[in-house]
Design a protein around this ligand. Structure first.
Ligand SMILES: [Zn+2]
Ligand SMILES: [Zn+2]
Length: 475
């Protein structure tokens, strides 16, 4: 059987893995590339397989770097099934609809600016589709994917084809996220078991359960986002977050939190809810200025059976873990703009890496104020505005304007939805019999290679760090 790596190879984004058993062809994830121009451009390249010949897409979770090319796939003739959990389906629809809207707006702005990007540069790839900056898909394309979803629960093995059986396990990364296990009969009649980690969460994370350990596999495809580092402890992170909120409240200063709409925002709301309900913080005004995060929060509220014990216990006590006195949800762009006059408030807005969305105008209005606190609670891909701020660049360009970064910048590592090096190694050690091979994906090149080298010597297994569109024959 063939396994081809069509994304997230020596980079974090663009997860897309193609398997061909001879009789059944499928993908695990079909995500978008995100980041620098040359990475982003890859979304415009043709797929290295025929979408109309695919039988299924197994979707590990809703994040755009895992789901973002599904509408393109459907546009190009995919008629198979998309297999995932209920929250993954609902959150994917939120993410993909939002992406369609953003791309349309960005395209219109780009045309209005005389075909230059927000920093005034002409796009580099001469003559490519990327240069034309056409939206990858529309809201209608997104709607067309909805009928293709098939929902399954965690934990039960499903025979989807005479040669292919699968089972979803909890990946503990975001609500509904899955590890996929496959049992595949090869042409030669051998039974092979392949496991895709998806994105693996941090044990002990809020809301979601801990990642399931898998005992057996012949081949493992494993993420490595934080394969080179150890997160700060969760308690330390929460205390640091609390002291920032307290300091800002005393100073009458604003706190900006660029937040990913899915999971991270809910986790932040969850922590603030505990501060407020336990009277550790009083009279805190918090603005959730992200319609997408508000929609995602509604999805979270629908699926309490996916929560961990602590979150379920709050619900049983009658406390909504995502709501508290002082939380105000902002809908319209006008209301959002009116937040300019606010002082001493917390603003949670997207996008998580400051590449667009409402956080951008809040940055513009607040970043030159030395009292402002900007709190990063998630991974910032190289090349994004968020990364430039985190990397302490003194001057940034926002909406065509050069601004001096005077705000206090905080990076709270403990909120990560990804396990760190120790968590990933723990998960990989969970395989009772060492796999024949472990493929390391979903990490920046140096991190993936470094992590792969560690794993190889620790577990004594064959490790590979695939390159884009590299193909392997799995025997
Ligand atoms: Zn993810
Ligand atoms: Zn990912």
């Amino acid at each position: 059987m063939k396994l081809k790596f069509c994304g997230a190879t020596r980079t974090v984004t663009g997860s897309c893995f193609y398997l061909d058993t001879g009789d059944f062809k499928f993908l695990v994830d079909c995500g978008a590339f995100q980041g620098k121009d040359e990475i982003d451009m890859l979304n415009y390249e043709p797929f290295p397989f025929d979408p109309s010949q695919l039988d299924a897409v197994f979707l590990t979770h809703a994040h755009f770097d895992h789901s973002g090319r599904i509408p393109i796939l459907v546009k190009q003739g995919f008629k198979g099934r998309i297999i995932c959990t209920q929250p993954t389906r609902d959150l994917s629809m939120v993410i993909l609809s939002d992406a369609a809207k953003l791309q349309k707006e960005e395209y219109e702005r780009w045309q209005a600016r005389g075909k230059k990007d927000s920093e005034g540069k002409n796009l580099s790839a001469q003559g490519s589709l990327y240069e034309q900056r056409k939206p990858l898909f529309t809201e209608e394309d997104v709607e067309n994917t909805l009928d293709l979803f098939d929902i399954y629960p965690y934990g039960s093995s499903v025979s989807i084809h005479k040669d292919v059986e699968f089972r979803m396990r909890d990946a503990g990364h975001i609500l509904g996220s899955s590890i996929f296990e496959f049992w595949i009969k090869t042409k030669e009649g051998r039974d092979r078991r392949i496991v895709f980690s998806g994105d693996l969460g941090q044990p002990g994370a809020r809301i979601v359960k801990d990642p399931d350990l898998i005992r057996e596999a012949d081949y493992v495809v494993c993420e490595s986002t934080y394969g080179n580092r150890l997160h700060k402890s969760k308690d330390e992170t929460v205390l640091e977050f609390l002291s920032i909120l307290k300091k800002a409240q005393e100073d009458g200063a604003n706190v900006l939190i660029p937040s990913f709409a899915i999971e991270r925002t809910q986790e932040i709301l969850y922590e603030i809810n505990l501060f407020v309900e336990n009277k550790i913080l009083n009279n805190l005004e918090v603005y959730l200025d992200s319609p997408m995060a508000s929609k995602a929060t509604e999805v979270f509220k629908q699926y309490p059976t996916f929560y961990d014990e602590d979150a379920r216990r709050l619900l049983e006590k009658g406390d909504d873990p995502f709501n508290f006195p002082g939380l105000i949800t902002i809908d319209s762009a006008e209301e959002s703009k009116r937040l300019i006059s606010k002082k001493g408030v917390v603003i949670i807005a997207g996008s998580g890496m400051c590449t667009g969305g409402r956080i951008v105008h809040h940055i513009k209005n607040n970043i030159e104020n030395p009292n402002t606190h900007m709190v990063f609670v998630g991974y910032q891909v190289d090349g994004t505005l968020g990364r430039r701020i985190v990397d302490k660049e003194k001057e940034i360009n926002v909406m065509g304007q050069n601004l001096e970064v005077k705000a206090q910048i905080h990076t709270l590592g403990g909120f990560s939805a990804h396990g760190d090096q120790r968590d990933l190694r723990y998960w990989l050690r969970g395989f009772g019999h060492s796999p024949k091979k472990i493929f390391i994906v979903h990490g920046d090149e140096d991190i993936a290679i470094g992590f792969g080298t560690n794993i190889k010597s620790e577990l004594g297994v064959d490790v590979d760090i695939p390159k884009l569109n590299e193909e392997f024959e799995l025997k």
